[in-house]
Design a binder for this molecule. Structure first.
Ligand code: FAD
Length: 544
């Protein structure tokens, strides 16, 4: 029978073990885990800080005895694999409890050691006892205990990625003062700058002190110091500034490391040694859209890769389309999801693109809990191929983004998306939901039916004295409007066309971009050929 050894006992490792067992009842499967738990929910770790997950033990999904009973898998915790001998096809293992080392032979070896949180030596005090990184159950338990035992009131979370934002929110729920410090100029890099503003406002409104464009330089007992010299009170510091793949074992064994720093694998997740596979945060993957190597440290891809690699050990071929990059997060009352490439990534990949914003309600407006859904769709020019999308709102943004992720998987165009037939009843959606609406607008633009500028260009338009018509009703205009914009409500537009100049561009906006879109078409139909919609409109502007 086949002997399959696995390094790492969480997402990729446990996934591989389970799939091998399903494929081969006779295989001998041993999974080695350096830490004290296998198969825990990394993604739920931050929720222990607020008590949403009350007991640390609840974070552990399967214990070694269950692996043995249910799957006949030998899961060994506190067991570090220290060396791979490729010639002999053996590994060396250190029992961290006894200090004993021993050797095990393999037919196939799987590497799923994950990635380590980054702790830059350049930060003064980075190894102080009040500085924490979060990767496993012991880490979150230690942080939680430290905060409780030392009556910590002020926490600095460094890094406003997914983990940083989740930790910040959970600390707010446990009544801490939280500073969220980020070196870049926005939170959550998968989102574009314009979309990230919505979440930043939500974090700010809930009491998170967001500090942008200011990296951490020094940690002290009761405060941190940032590059600008700014001092922030903090008795505990959480570093969440990214992860680096744990490639040492592979490197020492002479396995090929890729250009991005992850282990290089082929489309079946085989390393440069045909008897060694690698999956999860430690590998580099192929981006379907950018057509280049990248890293994508997420749980979904790790599990898919584990299954595919195990299949290949048993000669079952895989269809590997490359990764798309789909993610979702909740920050207080808002959900944000993204898929595909954002503007920065598209620019880096040299792909010619355009985008549209639409802001429909997420359900029929009469229904309880109907809220605006901010939706941005990115597509290739001139082909219309769907490249990515971002959605933010209080409702189910993930269902819209999952549709786009599926469209990208099948190489759909925005025109294909106009035909998407999605579930509708008033409590769930609108008859023409965000996906339909955005794809219709994009198709119109590709076919030159009208022109638009994104809401991000409004400031420049105002500064350059552009002629901007606000087509909302008078009462809406009076509550707040763009400086120097002229109010001609859509309901009066057809009678007041003489107020609209024909010798200069005219920009139209409303609340969400929908009435102004109708106004643009009405004016075009009356011979005005230089009218431009401001996509995103007032709801977009109010995010800044
Ligand atoms: P891991 O799950 O990290 O497992 C690797 C294991 O290998 C580790 O336990 C490590 O101790 C062990 N190991 C390493 N070297 C050795 C060795 N030499 N010998 C023995 N054992 C070894 N992803 C999402 O998609 N959505 C989320 O919401 C999300 N939230 C997250 C929140 C947090 C706080 C964290 C930390 C991660 C989150 N992730 C999320 C990322 C996700 O958890 C990872 O992408 C996924 O777990 C990667 O799986 P992996 O098997 O590659 O690595």
């Amino acid at each position: 029978s086949k002997r399959v050894l696995i390094v790492g006992g969480v997402a990729g490792g446990a996934g591989t073990a389970a799939r091998v067992r399903r494929l081969d009842e006779d295989a001998e499967v041993i999974m080695f885990e350096r830490g004290s738990h296998v198969s825990f929910s990394n993604c739920s770790l931050p929720y222990h800080l607020s008590g949403i997950v009350r007991d640390c033990d609840d974070l552990v999904l399967m214990c070694p005895s269950k692996f043995a009973e249910q799957y006949n898998i030998d899961a060994r915790v506190n067991s570090e694999v220290t060396k791979i001998n490729r010639e002999e096809k053996t590994i060396e293992v250190k029992n961290l409890e006894t200090g004993e080392t021993y050797t095990e032979a393999y037919d196939k070896l799987m590497l799923s050691p994950g990635a380590n949180p980054i702790r830059p030596g350049s930060i003064k005090g980075v190894n102080n006892e009040n500085v924490f990184t979060i990767r496993n159950v012991d880490d979150i338990d230690q942080l939680n205990q430290y905060v409780k035992n030392n009556n910590v009131e002020n926490v600095a979370v460094i890094g406003a990625g997914y983990i940083g934002v989740e930790i910040a929110e959970n600390f707010i729920h446990s009544n801490k003062n939280v500073a969220l410090v980020e070196a870049m100029d926005q939170v959550l890099q998968p989102l574009d700058f314009d979309m990230a503003q919505i979440l930043q406002k939500e974090l700010h409104d809930n009491g998170v002190n967001i500090v942008l464009s200011d990296p951490l330089t020094e940690v002290n007992d009761d405060h941190v110091i940032l590059k600008s010299g700014k001092k922030i009170d903090a008795e505990a510091v959480v570093l969440a500034i990214g992860v680096s793949p744990e490639t040492k074992l592979a490197e020492d064994a002479g396995l090929k490391i890729g250009e991005t720093g992850g282990i290089e694998v082929n489309h079946n997740y085989m390393t440069s040694d045909p008897d060694i596979y690698a999956v999860g945060d430690v590998i580099e993957v192929y981006s379907k859209i950018a057509r280049s190597k990248t890293r994508l440290p997420l749980a979904g891809p790790a599990q898919r890769q584990a299954r595919a690699a195990a299949n290949h050990m048993y000669n079952i071929p895989n269809k590997n389309n490359g990764v798309i990059g789909t993610s979702v997060i909740r920050a207080f009352d808002y959900n944000a999801a993204a898929t595909g490439l954002n503007e920065k990534q598209l620019k880096d990949a040299g792909i010619s693109y355009d985008f549209v914003y639409v802001i429909p309600t997420d359900k029929v407006g009469l229904m309880p809990d109907a809220n605006p859904l901010h939706f941005k769709l990115l597509y290739e020019v001139p082909t219309g191929k769907v490249l990515g999308a971002q959605a933010i709102g209080k409702g189910n943004v993930d269902k819209r983004i999952d549709v786009i992720a599926t469209a990208i998987l099948f190489d759909a165009t925005v025109e294909d998306l106009t035909e998407s037939e999605l579930a509708y009843a008033p409590l769930f959606s609108t008859p023409r939901n965000a996906v339909n609406q955005a794809s219709l607008v994009a198709t119109n633009i590709i076919n030159n039916r009208y022109n638009q500028v994104p809401v991000t260009e409004v400031r420049e338009l105002v500064e350059n004295d552009a002629f901007i018509v606000d087509v909302r009703e008078k009462e809406e205009y009076e509550i707040g409007h763009l400086v120097n914009s002229v109010n001609i409500p859509l309901s009066e537009l057809r009678e007041r066309t003489d107020e609209i100049p024909e010798d200069q561009p005219v920009y139209l906006h409303c609340r969400s971009g929908q009435r102004s879109y109708n106004a643009v078409l009405a004016l075009q139909g009356r011979g005005f050929d230089n009218v431009i919609n401001i996509s995103g409109s007032f709801l977009g502007i109010s995010c800044y």
